[in-house]
Design a protein around this ligand. Structure first.
Ligand code: N01
Length: 487
């Protein structure tokens, strides 16, 4: 790591997904080179590196899923495919000179506060010291596989959607997918026409919305290449559009919510078979779980070689999946599109604070932070995408930019020697979390469904207000919420 001038803090960023890359770029923009980015994978891109399943596509329009300072004329469709997004983040890491700061295949095991600094222990046995740690670990990191009795007896092949095994041939096979979240819905659309027989095992149906998943004409891409501000403008328009339509509805606007509800219902009404439609009809409010975006799913699941299985899975046997109605669903390949350990921010890692407290114990009743970013008792540890970040169908790039800007306020102060450590006051953190819990009562996310927004106590751990409000809240730190030491 570059030693830098005397006051320049040493910073370790954990994770080289979209927020880790962003954090690194912002540090370089401010002339700070005393940082390292530790990434457990072998390249940048986070979830967009790990997920390679057929049909992988982003449910947020591509220009809104770009950094505001790096508009991308190249997007081929209104919504980008997974590999395009991975390439975009690789491009950003290269263009902004992050390569020398990246350490791949470097898994962090322990972060310990000792002697007024952080010690970071990685799996390779190395220890690093840092003044500041920024965790950019993301939610969609650790795949969650179902624990179904008899899986070990299955004679076919199986894997999780986030660890796609491209050596397994699917064409002409009997394929089963477990789950009906965004991943499963996209996989269904991509696989039905390739396989001999397709079974989708549904526990809970999803509300599904159609959108403009269409290619962008060459003339428009050419124009945006020549005049990059146009691509940037498109991003801003798409973001405002999403915020106007989605965010206001999800955060409580009845008028926009009823539009969202009727659009989802109209989409569902396209299912011709009344029995199938009944099975596909959710019994919870639109938006309680993340709304799935697909233009093709309902068509795919109505194909003659596709079936929707709604009887609960009893166990797995050598030949396939046995459901509670006694039926054996014979399969050659089984795919678990069963999601991620989204609320387990510090899985496989021990973080020890200033008084020897283990963050896992501190968070035993659910993860809490001040403004999603700082944790009382853990000085100079910042999180991008921490607990209660705004998640419901909003562009994550904008959220990360807001949080990185907020963290940069503190890093600048530390760099200038104004302060040495910054810690959230416990009272401020408690007050903030109580305010969030109260505000979340009665929201759509609290309206009764199982979703990956819920913490271990079954409470929604997201931000209850609009992204606009979040940007306002995080415009600059309220320093009365922090303890700062200068010696
Ligand atoms: O995972 P999920 P995902 N037996 O948690 C079911 C992002 N993403 O990978 O609802 C049977 O949403 C579970 O059932 P239930 C996006 O943010 C984005 O699909 O709990 N079923 C559910 O249906 C998304 O929200 C894109 O009853 C079991 C499914 O598995 C997030 O990733 C694309 C089960 C899990 O759904 C996660 O999506 C893809 C069991 N034992 C993903 N366990 C974009 O387009 C779980 N399920 C950006």
């Amino acid at each position: 790591m570059d030693q830098g001038p005397k006051n320049t803090p040493k910073i370790v960023i954990i994770g080289a997904g979209l927020s880790g890359i962003l954090m690194g770029i912002q540090l370089l923009k401010e002339g700070i080179k005393t940082f390292e980015i530790l990434e457990m994978g072998e390249s940048v891109g986070g979830t967009w590196r790990d997920n390679t399943y057929p049909g992988l596509c982003c449910d947020v329009p591509a220009h809104a899923y770009s950094y505001t300072f790096e508009p991308n004329w190249k997007w081929r469709g209104v919504h980008a495919e997974g590999h395009e997004i991975r390439e975009y983040f690789e491009h950003c890491a290269d263009k902004y000179g992050l390569k020398p700061f990246l350490h791949f295949n470097t898994r962090v095991n322990r972060i310990t506060r000792e002697d007024d600094a952080w010690t970071i222990a990685t799996e390779d046995g190395l220890l690093r010291r840092a003044d500041i740690v920024v965790s950019c670990m993301g939610w969609l990191v650790y795949p969650k596989s179902p624990e179904i009795m008899g899986l070990e007896n299955f004679t076919g092949q199986y894997f999780h959607s986030a660890c796609w095994d491209h050596t397994v041939s699917l064409d002409g096979k009997r394929v089963g997918v477990i789950g009906t979240g965004s991943s499963a819905i996209q996989i269904t659309s991509a696989l039905v026409e390739r396989v001999a027989h397709f079974s989708l095992f549904q526990r809970t149906p999803a509300w599904i919305l159609q959108n403009a998943q269409k290619p962008r004409p060459d003339w428009l891409r050419g124009l945006q290449r020549k005049i990059p501000i146009l691509a940037k403008l498109s991003g801003r328009i798409q973001q405002l559009n999403m915020e106007r339509n989605f965010s206001s509805a999800l955060s409580g606007n009845r008028k926009t919510m009823s539009v969202l509800e009727s659009v989802c219902q109209n989409n569902l009404d396209k299912v011709r078979d009344p029995e199938l439609k009944k099975k596909l009809t959710p019994n919870y409010s639109v938006g309680c779980k993340r709304i799935v975006i697909s233009n093709t799913f309902y068509d795919s699941i109505q194909q003659p070689n596709a079936q929707l299985v709604t009887d609960n899975i009893q166990h797995i046997e050598p030949g396939g999946v046995r459901t509670r109605d006694g039926r054996l669903h014979e399969l050659d390949v089984m795919i678990f599109a069963t999601g991620f350990h989204t609320m387990d921010y510090i899985r496989n890692m021990t973080i020890t604070g200033v008084q020897g407290q283990n963050l896992r114990d501190v968070w035993a009743d659910g993860a809490q932070a001040l403004r999603s970013i700082c944790i009382a008792g853990f000085p100079n540890l910042f999180m991008i995408g921490g607990p209660h970040s705004p998640l419901g169908n909003f562009p994550i790039t904008g959220l990360s930019e807001t949080q990185v800007r907020y963290v940069m306020h503190f890093i600048r102060m530390i760099k200038r020697g104004k302060v040495r450590t910054v810690t959230a006051k416990l009272s401020a953190q408690d007050q903030y979390n109580e305010m969030l819990r109260n505000a979340l009562k009665g929201t759509v996310w609290d309206s009764g469904c199982s979703s990956w927004y819920l913490n271990a106590k079954g409470q929604p751990a997201i931000y209850p207000f609009t992204p606009k409000q979040y940007r306002k809240d995080l415009c600059r730190p309220d320093f009365t919420e922090f303890e700062m030491s200068s010696s």
